[in-house]
Structures are given as structure tokens and as C-alpha cells.
Write a protein that binds this ligand. Sequence first.
Ligand SMILES: [Zn+2]
Length: 179
Amino acid sequence: MNISVVLKENRKYVTLQEKIMKKILPIFAILLIFGCKTNAQETKESKTYEVSKTDAEWKAQLTDRQYHVLRKAGTERPFTSELVSNKKKGTYVCAACETPLFKSEHKFKSGTGWPSFDREIKGNVEYSTDYNIGVARTEEHCGTCGGHLGHVFNDGPRDTTGKRHCINGAALNFIPENE
Ligand SMILES: [Zn+2]
């Protein structure tokens, strides 16, 4: 094979590669766009909340349990929060920023070991989708500071909303009525 044949072959190969790249690149671009759109966590992180603090500031302000749940979207072990059996009248506020999130009149006994409510205080709680356990779940977080609260499920009381807001007690503080 002389040098001109080698060059020709090479050129053929390069053109073929270019053709393939031209076909593949748009597919990659589409995947990239959709990949970002389905990443709810990313949207959540990029939002600026009314109460925004650095990770170090949150760590200093919150207890280990609160930090793990609110800032790291952790889940406390069931039946570990004293709020599970709390029957007093009052308001449940965000443990990080004190935004009122749930009312005692909407609390119900779910038997799950986590404080459960059939509805939130409208406008103060935001929702996203997470895939942390491999399936899509509706995650809920404080609309003021972005702190993770828990998840919403559709197996709540049928005679009211049918929703079960399964909330970590560590994410909440309870303010009794008349105080
Ligand atoms: Zn908050």
C-alpha cells in the first residue's frame, strides 16, 4: 500500500467518524436537557429561600438530629419523637425557621411512628419528587428555609383529605395554644 492510499483510507475513516458524531451529538444534547429536568434536587438547591444559611451555620444552629433530617433529608427512626403522641392543641412550626407548617386539628394517629397530618398550612410547605429509595415519592419541605420535613402519601384518612403527611418530629417544634 503506498502512502496516498493510506491517506485516502484515513480520510474515509475520519469522515465516517464525523458522520457518526453528528448523529450522536443531538441525542446526547437531548439526554442532557431531560436529565437535568428530572433532577428535582437540583431545582430545589438552586432556589433562594427567604431564610438561607450556609451549611456551617445550619450545623451550628441545629441539633444533630434536626440537621440530619432538615438539611440532609434524613429520616428519624419511628417512635423516637415525643411529638408522635402529642395530643395538645397548637401549631407545629419548622424547627429551623419557625414557619407555621401544621395545625394540631389536622393531626391524626397513623400508627407509623411519625407525626402525621392530613393537610399542611397552605402556602408554607413546598413539594418535590425524590427517588432516594428507588421509587418516586412526594417530598415536602419548608417553603421558607427549604428544610426537609418528610413525604406525602395517599393512604391518609378517607373521610378528610385522603393524604398522609408523614413528618419527622425532629423537623418540627410545637407551640401550644395560648402561648
Ligand atoms: Zn423552615
